[in-house]
Design a protein around this ligand. Structure first.
Ligand SMILES: [Zn+2]
Ligand SMILES: [Zn+2]
Length: 358
């Protein structure tokens, strides 16, 4: 499609402009999508404040950010057209991880580790614009009962699901989620519906713990704010009391806070599984009490992105396994993106997930 579109172009730290740029031209294996909703992610905040480089060739802008998006197909490249898999007007969620399907990792199904990946909104222009282009192979059609705003949550939800799969919850398990951000809270819902016996959510902000309580957590604890009604100064003792000394069967660490990343070793029990999901800083190190972990036969795992979990994410929304509405708290116009990023960063209005609606 020829013509111009509105977009928020990120140039460098604290420099993003609302501009008119060319509508992306689709290649043979690509599709043009009119963006209907695009979530603001913690990594967008990291890019805007210069805390993290982009995945462009030189790590810098100019680039349109935004990788949690949904929209309507407006143009098809030759390949998806001839295959008949999509048509103009289809409602889709866009997986930003455009894996190549041809490298060694992809051929083993490890698409999150694709060596030739293109990432919408991170290495190529993304969803904080009127239009975005993507390979047809990483688009997912939406069921009628899934809205564009819900579908913008597919990317974080796909990540959430992959980590919860790795947690291998079995019926009746005593489960703990540390870090009630939007993804941690989605994970709490998934864990509860996977058959957890007791679910504990540990955090540092009451407004998020309140959401956790309303979404199936049996107990919530605030480990930082001594004025909180959920405050505890000794989370290990709390978990010990709740489990009769057996400690937790499953612990999901959905925060990258180095202090919180020490907690799982103290609160996990025999044959427990710990999954690290939240992103720490580049130089952060987690110390593992090795002997105790061996004696108790613990399993420690790490989880990265959302390999092949998108159909499950769409299903989880469509079947109401996940209540996305409780997690999406704010909506902004495209031209308000900078102030939206500031509000999310400074937690103005107790944000969970914020969406941009172009
Ligand atoms: Zn993200
Ligand atoms: Zn690949």
């Amino acid at each position: 499609m020829k013509g111009k579109m509105k977009a928020m172009v990120f140039y460098e730290k604290l420099n993003m402009k609302y501009e008119e740029i060319d509508i992306p031209q689709v290649g043979p294996d690509e599709v043009l999508v009119k963006v209907k909703a695009c979530g603001i992610c913690g990594s967008d905040i990291a890019y805007y404040w210069g805390m993290s480089p982009l995945e462009t060739a030189d790590g810098k802008g100019p680039l349109v950010l935004g990788h949690e998006l949904s929209g309507e197909i407006v143009e098809l490249g030759d390949l998806p057209k001839s295959l008949g898999l999509f048509k103009v007007g289809d409602r889709v969620a866009v997986d930003p991880l455009q894996y190549c399907n041809a490298c060694e990792a992809c051929k083993k199904g490890q698409v999150n580790l694709c060596e030739e990946k293109i990432v919408t909104g991170v290495s190529v222009n993304g969803g904080f614009a009127e239009y975005v282009k993507s390979k047809y192979t990483t688009l997912f059609k939406l069921p009628e009962n899934v809205t564009y705003e819900q579908a913008a949550f597919c990317e974080p939800l796909g990540d959430a699901i992959y980590a919860v799969q790795k947690l291998e919850v079995t019926l009746g398990d005593f489960c703990v989620v540390i870090g009630p951000g939007p993804i941690g809270l989605a994970q709490a819902q998934l864990i509860k519906s996977s058959g957890a016996g007791t679910l504990v959510v540990i955090g540092t902000r009451d407004y998020r713990l309140d959401v956790a309580k309303n979404n199936g957590a049996d107990h919530v604890y605030n480990i930082k704010d001594s004025a909180s009604k959920y405050y505890t100064s000794d989370i290990t003792k709390k978990i010990s009391d709740l489990t009769g000394g057996k400690m937790a069967d499953r612990v999901l660490v959905a925060t990258g806070n180095p202090e919180s990343m020490k907690i799982p070793f103290d609160i996990s029990g025999r044959r427990s599984i710990i999954v690290f999901f939240g992103l720490p800083g580049e130089n952060d190190v987690v110390e593992v009490p090795a002997l105790q972990s061996i004696f108790w036969d613990k399993t420690i795992k790490f989880s990265w992105l959302a390999p092949l979990t998108w159909p499950k994410a769409i299903n989880a929304i469509s079947t109401k396994l996940i209540d996305v509405e409780s997690l999406v708290t704010h909506k902004f116009k495209l031209e308000e993106l900078v102030s939206a990023l500031e509000k999310v960063k400074n937690r103005v209005g107790n944000p969970m997930k914020a969406l941009v609606i172009p």
